[in-house]
Design a protein around this ligand. Sequence first.
Ligand SMILES: [Zn+2]
Length: 259
Amino acid sequence: MKLLKLVGHLLIIILLTVLTQIGGLIWIIALVLSYRLQWKIRYSFPTIYLLFNLGLIPLVAPYFGRVQLPIFNTMLKPQNYFYTLTFRNYVTPELKRSLNDAAKDLASLGIQIKYLDANFPFTDGFPLLPHLSHNDGKKVDIAFQYKATDGKPTNKKPSLLGYGHYTHLRNPTNNYCKSKGFWQYDITKYLNLKTREHLVFDKKQTKTLIQGLLHNTSNAKLFIEPHLKKELGLQNYAQIRFHGCQAVRHDDHIHLEIK
Ligand SMILES: [Zn+2]
């Protein structure tokens, strides 16, 4: 029975570490407190977790070269509080500055930057799964822009987390990559928790968003699907590249990174 309990705790620690980087450590602290102070873990864990998430880690991370992206800023905010509650919204100060500058520019055009997965607060090389490269504070994913059925632009998104709602059912790159054996290329379709399916991809506002991001970010690289780059009329931008088949589809979100 004791062994079973230990295995259970180990699994929770691994899962929390993979998902949030810090959560596994918080579970250990809560466990110690529950033994020492008889404080039930179902109370100690959420309390310590929130203290770390909202207070301690945002204060400590800058000493390790990462800062938290805004949570309640109207111009630059998370698509879902999942990203902030799981410590997945940390970037380098330079990338945060670029995003803030772009957000100020774009706000006057009615565009809100809504970020998705960024990076964890600590150490280079710690992967933020399922992303391959979000491990150094220099990467951030950003949601596309959409319009309502009456054609008016909106800052709302069709999928809850911002991933998996593809602009095209037929995607030549997807077919190519899958034929080459990259089975994971459209794995984000499972993340498509549909909340506002009626929203339509807004090419004009998404193009403006991409231009705003690139204008304010030096040494930027930006990934979207090649056919989308053409369709949006962004062929002149050398910073917009194809990410390769080992990644996932980028006709549901923008990936922005700095060198
Ligand atoms: Zn990305």
